[in-house]
Every structure is written in structure tokens, then in C-alpha cells.
Design a protein around this ligand. Structure first.
Ligand code: LMR
Length: 344
């Protein structure tokens, strides 16, 4: 009996010691990740926080923090606060940031084939964009990135671009005559489109867009509803034509060396979270596009013109030669893919 009592006391003593010294199951203290274990990802982008890209970057950061128990911290820098258009791709390659999500057009300086997504009236709707990007076109485009230490992680939507300007309603192609339009940097296709409409194309970074429009340095621009709303462009652009003439989406990019150097278990969490956030981002893009248009209409500041099918035909006829002009630069195979899609 005495022996049993001694054994029981010893057993209880060992259990208490294990608990006190922490030799049992490791308790993770979320705030106590050691500096050596911590991984910081700087995610730089150029748009406002209340846009599909801004919201998705923030959601990614929040979920990653939760799921890695604080081991990975994604620091989001919106509104070109860290790097602006023309700087962010270089910053990614040099390892100064680890994630960016530029509009696909902005890759065209290094990779002319990305301009396939800038072609006028290339996609009927967002489903056609998703089909192309998850298939032949997406694979072809992403392969090209690897030569320069970049890796595509996801495609995020924004939406279709609409025309705005400060001078007059844009109904027929002749209405563009003599006006100037800001276009996104690096895409020759976008410049050519405005030139075909007898307008002047002025390339410029997104962070300077409001200023050039407000000061009347430039008459108009093309953009998505959420960008027109969140950057207050509608307050200085009283004419809006809903033309859906081009699509604007983003490629979420990382530095390949950084990504492949991550511990596998961390990379797995980041990749699965990104899949989930991408799906959510696509829904947000759809919702924000509608809401932004409603808010712009409600402001009473803008005269909105919905392009008719007949007008679309006229614009298309003017713009169509861009396809053949850029066939060599973009690649016959990709132009053929689009043309086949159009004829179906
Ligand atoms: C623009 O420059 O107009 C857009 O690409 C900004 C963005 O990233 O949506």
C-alpha cells in the first residue's frame, strides 16, 4: 500500500514538472515568434484600399497572419506609397518587395506578348477572360516571366474599362478627334488604339492620373468603375461612356528566388490562401464594379452614355486593324486563339 502511494506521488510529481518546464505539448504564443523565424512579405500596389486589389491584398495579409500564427507578416503598401508604376517591377526583381499585382498591361515593356489582353473588344465577358487565363493564353504568358526571376501566383480581376473625359460625350469614333487620353504605361497597343481614333495617347503612372485630369493637361482616360470612383476621377471627368472596350486585370507576382526559398510548409499556406483569396477577389470585383457605377450616377456629376450595339460595331471597325498590326509582337498563336473565340 505504502509502495503504491509512493509511486503515485512520484508520477504526479513528474507530470507537474513537465507542465512547469513546458516539456509537454508546445504552446504557441502568437505574439512570441522569434525574429529569426519571422518572414516579412512586402506587398506593394498602386490603387486605393477600397478596390478589389486593395481589399484582396489586405485580406491575404490578415488570413496569412492567422494561419501562420504570426510567423508570416504581409505588409501591404497601397496607393503607390512604396513604389509606383514604372518602379514596382524593378523593386520586385531586386528583392526590395516580395509581392506586387500590376495591371497586366504594365508588363508589356518587358513582355510584349502580355498586350494580348489589351486588344480592343477581345473578351465578351469576364468568363471569357477567366477561360483564356486558366488555359492556353495564361500558360503562355506566365512561362515568359520565369526568365526574369518572377513568378505569377494568381490572376485578379478588376473589370472592363470605360471611357471618361472632360470635353464631350463619346458616342461615335469621330468624337475622339483631337482629344488627349492618358493610357497605362508600357502598352503600345493601348497607345495605338487611341491613335486609331485620331486622339493623342499620353502614357502616365496611375498616381499622377487625378492631377493630369484635374489640371486639364489631359482630356480623358480609360479605366474601371472602381478606379474611377475610388480615385475621384469622376469629379473631374463629367462624361462617361460605358463601352467595355477592354479588360483590366492583375497578375499577382512574386520574386521567384524568394518564393522557392520559403520553407515548404509556409509556401503551402501562402499558396492555398491565395487560391481562396483569388476566388473572393473575383466576387468583390464584380460587386464593386456595380456599386461604383451606382455611386457615380447618384453623385449627379457625370453624364453617362451606355454604348449601343451599333456604336460598338463602329468603334470595333476603327480599332480592328490593331490586331494585325501587333500580330508579330504578340504572337500569331495568341491572336489566332482570340479570333477563333470570336468566331464561335
Ligand atoms: C491604371 O494605371 O490605370 C490601373 O492599372 C491602376 C490599377 O492598378 O488598377
Amino acid at each position: 500500500m505504502v509502495k503504491i502511494k509512493i509511486r503515485l506521488t512520484l508520477f504526479l510529481l513528474i507530470i507537474s514538472l513537465l507542465t512547469i518546464t513546458g516539456c509537454g505539448k508546445r504552446v504557441v504564443d502568437l505574439e512570441q515568434v522569434s525574429p529569426e523565424e519571422k518572414i516579412v512579405i512586402k506587398f506593394s500596389h498602386v490603387v486605393a484600399e477600397n478596390t478589389p486589389k486593395g481589399l484582396a491584398a489586405q485580406r491575404f495579409a490578415t488570413l496569412v497572419k492567422e494561419r501562420t500564427h504570426g510567423r508570416v507578416e504581409v505588409q501591404v503598401f497601397p496607393n503607390s506609397t512604396l513604389y509606383k508604376d514604372g518602379e514596382e517591377i524593378q523593386a520586385l526583381q531586386n528583392g526590395l518587395v516580395q509581392m506586387i499585382a500590376p495591371a497586366t498591361s504594365k508588363l508589356s515593356g518587358m513582355y510584349p506578348q502580355w498586350q494580348v489582353l489589351d486588344l480592343p473588344y477581345a473578351f465578351e465577358d469576364v468568363n471569357a477572360v477567366h477561360e483564356a487565363m486558366s488555359g492556353y493564353i495564361g500558360n503562355r504568358l506566365c512561362d515568359s516571366l520565369k526568365q526574369n526571376n518572377m513568378q505569377a501566383l494568381a490572376f485578379w480581376d478588376n473589370g472592363f474599362k470605360q471611357m471618361t473625359n472632360s470635353q464631350r460625350p463619346l458616342v461615335n469614333p469621330a468624337d475622339f478627334q483631337g482629344l488627349s487620353f492618358r493610357v497605362m504605361i508600357n502598352s503600345q497597343v493601348l497607345k495605338k488604339e487611341f491613335e486609331r481614333l485620331n486622339a493623342r495617347a499620353v502614357e502616365g503612372p496611375f498616381n499622377d492620373l487625378y492631377r493630369v485630369l484635374d489640371s486639364h493637361e489631359v482630356d480623358g482616360q480609360e479605366n474601371t468603375m472602381s478606379n474611377i470612383y475610388s480615385k475621384n476621377l469622376y469629379k473631374v471627368q463629367p462624361y462617361l461612356t460605358l463601352s467595355n472596350h477592354g479588360y483590366m486585370g492583375y497578375v499577382v507576382l512574386t520574386n521567384q528566388q524568394f518564393w522557392t526559398g520559403l520553407p515548404e510548409e509556409v509556401r503551402d499556406v501562402l499558396e492555398s490562401t491565395l487560391v481562396e483569396v483569388t476566388e473572393w477577389e473575383h466576387e468583390q470585383a464584380f460587386i464593386l464594379d456595380k456599386q461604383s457605377l451606382e455611386k457615380i450616377v447618384d453623385s449627379g456629376l457625370v453624364q453617362v452614355h451606355q454604348q449601343t450595339e451599333a456604336e460598338k460595331k463602329l468603334w470595333s471597325i476603327m480599332l480592328k486593324p490593331v490586331y494585325s498590326e501587333f500580330k508579330n509582337l504578340i504572337g500569331n498563336d495568341m491572336i489566332d486563339y482570340l479570333e477563333k473565340m470570336h468566331s464561335q
